[in-house]
Design a protein around this ligand. Structure first.
Ligand code: GLU
Length: 459
């Protein structure tokens, strides 16, 4: 995975090196040297912190749990990114996710750098008391490198408000008298969190998709009909018709994106399939998403897996294999589960013409190239799933000012920010032959390169 991010960053740098209008004052040999410096800075993290958390379990056994905090780049501001609680966490993955955060924040003009944390564990195997201790130990071990102006963690897969509240409280007791509200984001609202933070990623995922296929296509019709760009043809084909949507993953991101799609008045949508770690549920007439969300809230996040359960909540759906969600004959596929879900061995079975990356890196490089060559529009992770970190930024600001916004204000600010990014990258995307991911990377790399150059970091 790590190589995918690196390769696209490198391609972006190669394109910018050739583009004389970018940093025109840097010429000749100096230009070459500056770009070589950029490659090394952007392809490696500034710091990789690793510790083994010593945890006495409730059965009195003591275990050592490996934990990471990776700080990729802070040219644009304090490091920022979630802490993943998952058994598959590994150093390479955390480094890659941290570099995606650098690019994501640069793309959306969020004044933060990129970081990411990870703890190698399956949270379902620990009691609440043990998880509390694990969260606190994480802060104890890494407190020197964390802080509201240094590195600000947030939730990621396997962690949420509860963990952020615990971590902030631990930080506060380790650093008495220091500002603490901005030390962690994604906290509960009573603990200084922001209204709308929980829904922010899912809402942003649907907004990006809706803006592209609806608002942008409608407003820029003349641009799209004039070009022979293959992606413009795909987008035009989506205009003004009923769309079928499948959503992989029904956690914090997938369930909110599905609900947004279900409730949208802008588009004629039908969410025909959703899935989680156990099943795919399918109904060609559209699923009752609110009823499914309500069910998951009462059942530890899991979707119904049997006819009885479906009947009880009055939902009409076929129960299919978990991975079938990927291969259904739908217009749109939203990937909101794990990494590497669409890969070279299954990509040929994917039928959707627009794929939205709610998760980070759900499509491998080979699969990405294959789909893009077929004219499939992939709305990449750093564009589509930035709602979480954008509202984390608002949370951090609100914590500083101790002035809190209404939920409506938060969502309006979120959409304004995402719209500004979309209005910058979409005209370029439909005007050149690159896939959208490449366009987004070029934009982020341009911003980071200019800042690093002006900070005197390239020579
Ligand atoms: N973990 C989320 C992400 O991957 C949110 C990070 C944050 O809010 O800092 O974007």
């Amino acid at each position: 995975m790590i190589s995918q991010t690196r390769d696209i960053v490198q391609k972006s740098l190669d394109a910018l090196l050739e583009d004389g209008s970018f940093l025109p004052e840097v010429k000749g040999e100096t230009r070459k040297k500056a770009f070589t410096s950029l490659t090394s800075i952007l392809s490696t993290p500034n710091h990789v912190h690793k510790s083994y958390l010593r945890i006495p379990l409730e059965d009195e056994k003591v275990v050592r749990i490996p934990a990471f905090r990776v700080q990729h780049n802070n040219a644009l501001g304090p490091y920022k990114g979630g802490i993943r609680f998952h058994e598959t966490v590994n150093e390479e993955e955390v480094v890659n996710l941290a570099s995606l955060m650098t690019l994501k924040n640069a793309l959306h003009d969020v004044p933060f750098g990129g970081g990411k944390g990870g703890i190698i564990l399956n949270p379902r195997e620990y009691s609440e008391k043990e998880l509390h201790l694990i969260a606190r130990k994480y802060v104890q071990y890494f407190s020197d490198v964390l802080g509201p102006d240094k590195d600000i963690p947030a939730p990621d897969m396997g962690s949420g408000e509860r963990e952020m509240d615990w971590m902030m409280a631990e930080y506060k007791s380790i650093r008495p008298g220091m500002p603490y509200r901005g030390s962690f984001t994604g906290k509960s609202v009573v603990n200084g969190g922001s209204l709308g933070r929980r829904e922010a990623t899912g809402k942003g995922v649907f907004f990006t998709f809706r803006y592209l296929v609806h608002d942008f296509v409608r407003d820029q019709k003349s641009l799209l009909t004039k070009t022979d760009n293959v992606f413009a043809k795909t987008a035009l084909d989506f205009e003004d018709r009923a769309l079928t949507i499948a959503v992989q993953g029904f956690g914090n991101v997938g369930s909110v994106a599905a609900l947004e799609a279900h409730q949208s008045t802008h588009l004629q949508n039908k969410v025909v399939a959703v899935s989680d770690r156990n099943v795919t549920l399918f109904n060609s007439d559209g699923l009752d998403i609110p009823a499914l969300v309500e069910f998951t809230m009462k059942n530890k996040g899991d979707l119904p897996t049997g006819e009885e359960q479906l009947k009880e909540i009055g939902v009409n759906a076929e129960i299919r294999d978990r991975d079938e969600v990927l291969f259904l004959d739908v217009d749109v596929l939203m990937l909101a589960a794990l990494e590497d879900q669409v890969h070279k061995d299954n990509v040929e079975k994917v039928k959707a013409r627009i794929i939205v990356e709610g998760a980070n890196a759900p499509i491998t490089t080979e699969a990405d190239t294959y789909l893009s060559d077929q004219g499939v529009i992939i709305i990449p992770d750093i564009l589509a799933n930035a709602g979480g970190v954008i509202v984390s930024y608002f949370e951090w600001l609100q914590g500083r000012e101790t002035q809190f916004y209404t939920e409506e204000e938060v969502f309006n600010l979120l959409y304004d920010k995402m719209k500004a990014t979309l209005d910058t990258v979409l005209p370029l995307f439909f005007g050149d032959p690159f896939p959208l991911r490449q366009n987004c990377y070029i934009h982020s790399v341009m911003k980071l390169s200019t800042v690093l150059y002006r900070q005197g970091k390239l020579y």
